[in-house]
Design a protein around this ligand. Structure first.
Ligand code: ATP
Length: 231
């Protein structure tokens, strides 16, 4: 099966410090995969390598079988919702959609408009007048309407309140199923990811500690700790 992300001995160094080291990964296609780890673990570094915004200091990375950022066709297959809300406060929602159409050859305008309508958002509203949750939904809509094969999101719910978190993650899960989208998203909270992800990568101190299908990880946990006894 194709790997959505394959890494071998992948590392990235800033100055003399390794932000990511000896990373071996084989994330299968067709999953909502989660990358979890505490602040400074190297999540943003790994995601930026995956979308071609950084180049490795060591090792190799392939996304959908190709080197990230190796050309326009490869870049079109990968959507990225970066950590700092990637919207423009002075532009309306409709202007964001028009911008998306101009920048992305595979843009699906009907999908974008339909999603904005389903969210109950006024296309004439400026992004700067939206709540944090609505801005995150706009960023997600822009990412999905590009019609990528893989959507990468860096801590998309970190700044949201619990209700907005749930709504965003639910919408993401539904969009992944509806549009046959593979997803890779990061969070420093496993509680954000356990509801939506079927594959998990745990990153601590710049190293991958464990990676695998959530069902398999839970089965291993149960095998090692025995049957659960409720208090
Ligand atoms: P957070 O949850 O806080 O965003 P993270 O898991 O995404 O953290 P990274 O942002 O990848 O972690 O950072 C990993 C390490 O690399 C941190 O110690 C960080 O300070 C360092 N780092 C990140 N970017 C740079 C940079 N441009 N120059 C120097 N050091 C950096």
């Amino acid at each position: 099966m194709t790997a959505v992300l394959r890494a071998e001995g992948l590392g990235k160094k800033y100055g003399s410090r390794w932000a990511l080291s000896d990373c071996d990964l084989d994330v299968p296609d067709g999953h909502v995969a989660g990358l979890v780890g505490p602040n400074g673990a190297g999540k943003t570094t790994l995601l930026n390598l995956a979308v071609g915004q950084l180049t490795p200091t060591a090792g190799h990375i392939r996304v959908l079988g190709e080197r990230p950022g190796s050309g326009p066709a490869q870049l079109a297959k990968v959507g990225f919702v970066a950590q700092d809300t990637p919207t423009y406060p002075g532009l309306t929602i409709a202007e964001h959609l028009r911008l998306g159409a101009r920048l992305n050859p595979g843009w699906d305008d009907a999908l974008a408009r339909d999603r904005i309508a389903r969210l109950g958002l006024d296309p004439g509203r400026k992004a700067g007048r939206l709540s944090g949750g609505q801005r995150a939904q706009l960023a997600l809509t822009l990412g999905i309407a590009k019609r990528p094969r893989l959507l990468v999101l860096d801590e998309p719910v970190a700044a949201l309140d619990p209700l907005a978190r749930r709504e965003f993650l639910q919408g993401l899960m539904e969009a992944a199923a509806e549009h046959q989208l593979s997803v890779l998203l990061s969070s420093h909270l496993v509680s954000d990811l356990e509801r939506v992800c079927d594959y998990l990568v745990v990153l601590v101190d710049s190293r991958v500690r464990v990676a695998g299908e959530v069902d398999h990880l839970l089965a291993t946990h149960h095998r090692l700790t025995g049957p659960r006894r409720d208090p």
